[in-house]
Design a protein around this ligand. Structure first.
Ligand code: ASP
Length: 407
């Protein structure tokens, strides 16, 4: 199943991306000026990925839903996906809350002295009804042009459902056309994936050059708390789910997922990583297309375990920093809003930080606290995005196994 296994190690994509991660870090530290300048190579890689996303999401979802055949099968896969996504995200938040209550990183933190919100943040967080409205596009071409993933997903699911429902030659032609476009887009994606090691190296070297190491000094404990929480979730919780529910070896599966995880890490965007995630799931891990084409586009948009964990840790760190003791019920509100914020966050860099407003507002914490933790956010974003994508991959294996078992 793992296609690359017969090649020499340096020709295998997962080793190439791991090497790119290592070299990117080293070059970012020893040659920051050069690393800044070559960053456009990474941007090229990123743009190539963004180029295929909307068509890939649309065609693969339509094809996936249409091949599932009926609203009943789609409902079953949808239900299983939702159950996995909610449980894994809730588990991630609990891990984060435990870590922040044990380590208490906020207690030693100084306020950044900000009296207003950093630029780009708005206090009018999105209500549930607004979120639901946003899911249904009023103009599908407009939604595609803006790259708004959620409304495109809604339309693609509906399109696929009705495609499966109708009969006749013309309808079959439409299905054939969609499948044909999907095949071409996937072949194109495969070409882009080959550039992943270069793209990853370039993006990471620039990021390391920009961040420097000094920012970690003051926020070290906070950084460590999020990092430990994410690591625990990624190497303990998710592999346990994968092993028991997905019946797969975590090590082999991790190797199959490595290119997607490294891309998530260096781009800090689950959406941009989606073409690679789908490629890894289908071709490297051998998961059925009917499941991955449904579970993954949805996951890249709504399933963000890493982001949810981070929301909870950041909110509780800010509470500790202000000396606010949150009661049990207030912590429950943090859990719930962190979950909603992670669902609402777009799969783009730093979306989680913007959604933190929702969590802080829900428990009445000062939004200015964001100014203190913002310095390390981009780096944390890389770790949480990799965790987000890992959870999507694990979810696909779990849902696929239940589908295969036919129960
Ligand atoms: N960058 C994350 C993602 O794309 C979202 C976040 O900012 O937490 O998955």
């Amino acid at each position: 199943m793992m296609k690359n296994d017969k090649k020499a190690w340096y020709l295998q994509l997962h080793w190439q991306v791991l090497l790119a991660l290592g070299l990117g870090t080293v070059f970012g530290v020893i040659a920051p000026g050069w690393s800044e300048n070559q960053g456009f190579l990474g941007d090229l890689f990123l743009r190539a990925l963004m180029m295929v996303i909307i068509l890939l999401i649309f065609t693969s979802l339509v094809d996936g839903v249409a091949s599932l055949g009926s609203a009943r099968s789609v409902g079953r896969v949808g239900f299983r996906t939702t159950v996995y996504y909610s449980c894994s995200t809730a588990a991630a938040i609990l891990v984060g809350m435990t870590a922040v209550n044990l380590i208490r990183p906020g207690e030693g933190l100084e306020l950044a002295g900000a009296t207003s919100l950093p630029e780009g943040f708005s206090t009018s967080s999105q209500t549930l009804s607004e979120f639901l409205l946003r899911m249904v596009p009023d103009n599908i071409v407009g939604a595609m042009a803006e790259g708004a993933v959620l409304p495109v997903i809604t339309f693609a699911i509906l399109f696929g459902l009705f495609l499966a429902k109708l009969d006749g030659e013309r309808v079959k032609d439409v299905h054939r056309l969609v499948t044909g476009v999907l095949e071409v887009i996937q072949a194109l994606t495969l070409g882009i994936v080959k550039l992943a090691p270069v793209g990853i190296f370039s993006l990471l070297a620039r990021e390391v050059a920009r961040s420097g190491v000094s920012i970690f000094r003051e926020l070290g404990w906070y950084f460590l708390t999020v990092g430990l929480g994410l690591t625990f979730h990624a190497v303990v919780t998710l592999p346990i789910l994968l092993w028991f529910l997905g019946r797969r070896s975590p090590v082999a599966y991790f190797r199959a997922a490595a290119p997607a995880l490294a891309t998530a890490f260096s781009t800090a965007s689950s959406s941009a990583t989606l073409p690679l995630t789908m490629e890894c799931a289908e071709h490297r891990a051998g998961l059925p297309k009917s499941v991955s084409s449904f579970v993954l586009p949805l996951g890249a948009t709504v399933n963000m375990d890493g982001t949810a964990l981070y929301e909870a840790v950041a909110a509780l760190t800010i509470a500790q920093m202000y000396g606010v003791n949150l009661s049990f019920s207030e912590q429950a509100v943090v859990l719930l809003t962190a979950l909603l914020a992670s669902v609402g966050a777009a799969g783009i860099p730093m979306a989680g930080l913007v959604m933190l407003v929702v969590v802080l507002e829900a428990v009445g914490l000062p939004l200015e606290g964001i100014a203190t933790i913002i310095a390390v956010d981009r780096v944390l974003d890389m770790f949480r995005t990799a965790t987000n994508v890992w959870s999507d991959m694990v979810g696909t294996a779990v849902v696929a196994r239940f589908e295969e078992a036919g129960d």
